[in-house]
Write a protein that binds this ligand. Structure first.
Ligand SMILES: NC(=O)c1ccc[n+]([C@@H]2O[C@H](COP(=O)([O-])OP(=O)(O)OC[C@H]3O[C@@H](n4cnc5c(N)ncnc54)[C@H](O)[C@@H]3O)[C@@H](O)[C@H]2O)c1
Length: 255
């Protein structure tokens, strides 16, 4: 296949979680612009429905599925609904919804630990498992992109549950890659650096400035910075890439 054709993912069916805002919305938007049919999942009903209605008004195939991925039964219901919208075909899964809670380790509330692990790790795993059950039966296989972080490598401060979950997601990605690389599935992780979204909006300006100084590219990332790498990882261009953790961080990790 000619190199410029390898990136064509028009007509693919995709699920992206967490896309009412932020990075997931940017990634879903990239897939829509590439010509994919995308189910976007999120907890925020009104926001998600408006996001999808706006995309559909622009001619894109974006469909909302609202629910709480921290709840196993709801996750399964959401997945069933998504598959129905996608006519049973799933080519791309991006289980990107995530939360962060900040406390000193000795004060970290049990309920927040459970919430972060439930959304950032357990929901990611159960979505991957549901996706594999569909993708492995398709002659064309499937592409899964998980979302790590700089704390996939570093120990972030006051985020023990988030750090544990993101480290685990990269290991989970490698584990699934080993079992599925020979069966038509590519699974890889994108690890965003410091990205300007609602998740980081509550950081103090002082802390933000401190982070900016450490980013060789000289700026924070934006949701649109993930579009290119998502197209690559969801296309034939990445057919021989498995279990990789790819930083998208303006060289933060290199410094
Ligand atoms: N912003 C960053 O700097 C950064 C850096 C590295 C990794 N990430 C990761 O990227 C992903 C997206 O982050 P973001 O910055 O866009 O966050 P965000 O807070 O802006 O968006 C997260 C989305 O997930 C949804 N969500 C949360 N809990 C949910 C649940 N239980 N069920 C369904 N939906 C739920 C939220 O409603 C929200 O729309 C996360 O996995 C995050 O850990 C973010």
């Amino acid at each position: 296949m000619a190199a410029n054709k390898m990136f064509d993912i028009a007509g693919k069916h995709a699920i992206v979680s967490g896309g009412a805002q932020g990075l997931s919305r940017g990634m879903a938007e990239g897939l829509l612009e590439d010509g994919c049919k995308v189910v976007i999942m999120d907890l925020q009903k009104e926001k998600l429905e408006k996001v999808c209605a706006d995309y559909r008004a622009q001619g894109y195939e974006a469909y909302p599925v609202v629910g709480n991925l921290a709840d196993r039964a709801d996750l399964n219901r959401m997945f069933d609904e998504a598959l129905e919208i996608l006519d049973g075909r799933l080519d791309i899964l991006i289980p990107a919804a995530g939360v962060q809670r900040r406390y000193l380790p000795e004060e970290f509330p049990e309920k927040d630990w459970d919430l972060v692990i439930n959304i950032n790790l357990n929901a990611v795993w159960f979505m991957i498992q549901r996706a594999l059950q569909v993708m492995l039966k398709q002659p064309t296989g499937g592409k899964i992109v998980t979302i790590g972080s700089m704390v996939t490598w570093f120990g972030g401060t006051t985020v023990p549950a988030y750090t544990a979950s993101k480290g685990a997601v990269s290991q989970l990605t490698k584990s699934v890659a080993v079992d599925c690389a020979g069966r038509g599935i590519n699974i890889n992780a994108i690890c965003p650096g410091y990205m300007d979204t609602e998740m980081t909006a509550n950081m103090t300006q002082e802390r933000k400035d401190e982070c900016t100084k450490r980013i060789p590219a000289g700026r924070w990332g934006l949701p649109a910075d993930l579009k290119g790498v998502v197209t690559f990882l969801c296309s034939s261009a990445s057919d021989y890439i498995n279990g990789a953790t790819i930083p998208v961080d303006g060289a933060y990790l290199c410094k």
